[in-house]
Design a protein around this ligand. Sequence first.
Ligand SMILES: [Zn+2]
Length: 64
Amino acid sequence: MSQPDLGTKRVCVSCGARFYDLNRAPAICPKCGTEQPALVPRLRRNSDSLSPRSGECCPHQENR
Ligand SMILES: [Zn+2]
């Protein structure tokens, strides 16, 4: 066992303290007691990888 299950590492939005949420929802800062907002997954970059550049899906090549 390398690590106990502490949950997700969070940074308090109010006081900036770093703590683990212990898998609780919502996470509550142990220092100031502020409920932390739900984790927001980072927005991925533009769907660059989703669009094939080879043009195989588009038989009609348009000149732009
Ligand atoms: Zn706090």
